[in-house]
Structures are given as structure tokens and as C-alpha cells.
Design a protein around this ligand. Structure first.
Ligand SMILES: Cc1ncc(COP(=O)(O)O)c(C=O)c1O
Length: 382
């Protein structure tokens, strides 16, 4: 007798990760592959973080920590809000998680009942949609075009009225890199408060910005879940560590969920991350490299016929409209990988409806890799 597979466990793939696997397979077979598909820094964790990890290996038992994280790390994170944003935050509201991915799971479980509707802009980071679906929640994708900087601005949001229970915003966003201006974010926080909508603000790309300053939703109130991570600016992707600032009244619910789902975030990563906030110089040097990579691609890609980009205010992506080149971005990306060894992610990962005509290129790698990718693309498109 066949035993069923639960429908809720059958979410679509995270296509960028599928492309990464295909790219790694080609590299293992001897191809010279350039990774513009995956959103991770090509640098290790900062030197002081590595030193703290070595020290923790020698000195700490590295058992379970508090389910909400090491008290010293929660304090350091609260200090980060004071220094970076001038926001006074009680460390008791900081929850350390296994990447921001763990934070989404906890926040969605604590905030929403089965079948509730959670809005997000399309295009967006695909795991929002797929985690919501896996939890029997209903993602409501709000089509946001260039006129809204691909963001769920108030204009995009208002027609939903009270028909939504939650909203996810990200600024800078993945895949577009676009940002919400501080007053727009504040207006969204107010709108959500007035309408009884639970806001989740994904601030994972804060620190990686090129023009607009990033503000936190915490500056406008305490009702939102504010999510962040050590994966991007802090260059600690594989350490699987993130955090979330939680509304006061939801703390105990989050703690009980975290105890049961994860027991605790990874101990070694937490001890190491204690050193991360003192590494600004090294981390800002990474951001300077992203800025150079971004400028280089914005200059060179038009020579390969790729010239229509979302305004990449932050993060390390270019989201390109390639409707004049293809209406099948997954096949276009497969060909690009096969023929010139450049891996990039089809827009269908981020926008199943319109993504057939878009691509996301990550410029988180080395500048040499960007120079070579541009050279290969120009030769390919000639
Ligand atoms: C917008 C956004 N949020 C969250 C994540 C998840 O990151 P992590 O779980 O490594 O913190 C990513 C990863 O690429 C992302 O782009």
C-alpha cells in the first residue's frame, strides 16, 4: 500500500539552491563556473569572529544555550540597534534564531492561524511564499512593478483593506535590491497598526546599501516582527545565525515554540557572533567591494544586451528584465550555465507569474569573478 506524502510538505523548490547544485556539479566535473546565482558573500566571517570561534572551541562546553539565545549576544544585538539606529531596545525582546529562516518559522507560527492571509510584494524572496504555504497559510502576492520600486507601498497595500492578516516587507529587497524610503516604511507600520495587520519586516540586507539609508521598522513602533541575520552584512552565511525582535506580548509564545522546534540556536556560532559587532571596518570593506561589483556590472552588462534593471539601492543583486532575450528564463539560465559557465537565477524563483522574462544576478562574489562573468556574457551575446 502506498503511504501518502502530505500536500503541505510539497512546496516548490528554492530555485536558486537548485541552480547552485547544478553549478556545483559542473564545477565538480571540471568546468570553470562563476557563481552569480546564490546570495552569499564570498568572504569568510571577519577575523575577530573566527578568533572568537577558536577560543570558544577551546574553552566552552558548547551545549544547548537558552532557547532565546545567549544573554550576552541578545544584549550585543540590542546595542547594535542603539548604535546603528538610535533605538533603545530591551534585550529581552531579542530572540536569536537559526538564521533569519528560523525566525520566519517562529514568527509565522506565533502570529497567524491556519488559513490566514499574508501579503507580500511580487517579486519577493521565494521562501516567504513557500514557508507560508508549508504552514497552511495563504500568501497573497501583490504585484508591484517599477512604478512602486517593486515594493508593497501603501498604494499597493490599500486596496487589500482588512482582507489581509499579515504583511511581509523587505528593504533592501531580494531579488530587486530596492528600498522603501524611511517615511514609506513608517507609513506602512502605521497602516498595519490601524488595520490590525501583523507586520514582518525583513531587514537582512541592512548594512549593504548604496544610496538610501536603511531604517528599521522598530523606529516606528513595537508591533512588528523585525528580522535580521548574520548571513549577509556579517558574512556568516553558513553559521546559521539570525535574530528577531519580537513584540513584548508574543515573547513567551516564541520562547515555547523555539524550545520545542530548535531547543537552541547553534552555540558555537553564538559565541563567535559576540565579536561580530566590532568588525565594522572589515565588513564595510566587503560592502565597498559589492559597490565596485555593482558599478562594474551596471557598466558592462548593457554591452551584453542586459540593460533594464530594478534600481538596486542595496543588497547584492541586479534584477534584470530580459523580455527581449527570452520568455523562458529557466531555460535561458540553463543555457548560460551550460555554454559559458555563468550561473544565475531565473526570475521564476521570485515571481512565478512574470519571472519568465527576468533574471537575478548576484554580485556578492569577487570583483575578478564579475569581470570574467561580464567578459563571457559579452562574448556569448555577440
Ligand atoms: C530576503 C531574505 N530573507 C531571508 C533570507 C534567509 O537568510 P538566512 O536564513 O541565511 O538568514 C534570505 C537569504 O537569501 C533573503 O534573501
Amino acid at each position: 500500500m502506498t503511504i501518502k506524502i502530505a500536500k503541505r510538505g510539497q512546496v516548490p523548490p528554492f530555485i536558486a539552491m537548485d541552480v547552485l547544485r547544478a553549478a556545483n556539479e559542473r564545477a565538480a566535473a571540471g568546468d570553470d563556473v562563476l557563481h552569480l546565482e546564490v546570495g552569499q558573500p564570498s568572504t569568510p566571517a571577519p577575523a575577530a569572529v573566527l578568533a572568537a570561534a577558536r577560543q570558544a572551541l577551546g574553552r566552552q562546553t558548547l551545549g544547548y544555550t537558552d532557547a532565546l539565545g545567549l544573554p550576552a549576544l541578545r544584549e550585543a544585538i540590542a546595542g547594535h540597534y542603539r548604535e546603528r539606529y538610535g533605538v533603545a531596545l530591551d534585550p529581552s525582546r531579542v530572540v536569536v534564531t537559526t538564521g533569519s529562516s528560523g525566525a520566519f518559522l517562529l514568527a509565522f507560527l506565533a502570529a497567524f492561524e491556519h488559513g490566514e492571509r499574508v501579503a507580500l510584494a511580487a517579486p519577493a524572496y521565494p521562501a516567504y511564499r513557500n514557508i507560508l504555504t508549508a504552514l497552511d497559510l495563504v500568501p497573497i502576492e501583490l504585484t508591484a512593478g517599477p512604478e512602486h520600486r517593486f515594493q508593497a507601498t501603501l498604494d499597493v497595500l490599500r486596496p487589500q483593506g482588512q482582507g489581509i492578516d499579515g504583511l511581509i516587507v523587505a528593504s533592501p529587497a531580494n531579488p530587486t535590491g530596492t528600498m522603501l524610503a524611511p517615511d514609506e516604511l513608517a507609513a506602512i507600520v502605521r497602516h498595519c497598526r490601524d488595520m490590525g495587520i501583523r507586520l514582518v519586516s525583513d531587514e537582512i540586507y541592512h548594512g549593504i546599501v548604496y544610496s538610501v539609508t536603511a531604517t528599521t521598522a522598530l523606529s516606528s513602533g513595537d508591533e512588528a516582527f523585525v528580522i535580521n541575520s548574520f548571513s549577509k552584512y556579517f558574512s556568516m552565511t553558513g553559521w546559521r545565525l539570525g535574530w528577531m525582535v519580537v513584540p513584548e506580548d508574543m515573547l513567551r509564545a516564541i520562547e515555547c515554540l523555539a524550545q520545542n522546534l530548535f531547543i537552541s540556536p547553534p552555540a558555537l556560532s553564538q559565541h563567535a557572533a559576540l565579536a561580530a559587532f566590532a568588525c565594522r571596518d572589515e565588513l564595510d570593506a566587503n560592502v565597498a567591494r559589492y559597490a565596485r561589483n555593482r558599478a562594474l556590472l551596471l557598466d558592462e552588462l548593457p554591452k551584453a544586451g542586459i540593460s533594464r534593471f530594478a534600481p538596486a539601492d542595496g543588497a547584492f543583486y541586479l534584477y534584470a528584465d530580459v523580455a527581449h532575450l527570452t520568455n523562458d528564463s529557466p531555460e535561458f539560465c540553463r543555457r548560460m550555465l551550460r555554454e559559458i559557465g555563468v550561473a544565475c537565477t531565473p526570475g521564476t524563483d521570485f515571481d512565478p507569474t512574470r519571472g519568465n522574462a527576468t533574471l537575478r544576478l548576484s554580485f556578492a562574489g569577487t570583483t575578478d569573478a564579475m569581470v570574467e562573468a561580464a567578459r563571457r556574457l559579452k562574448a556569448w551575446r555577440r
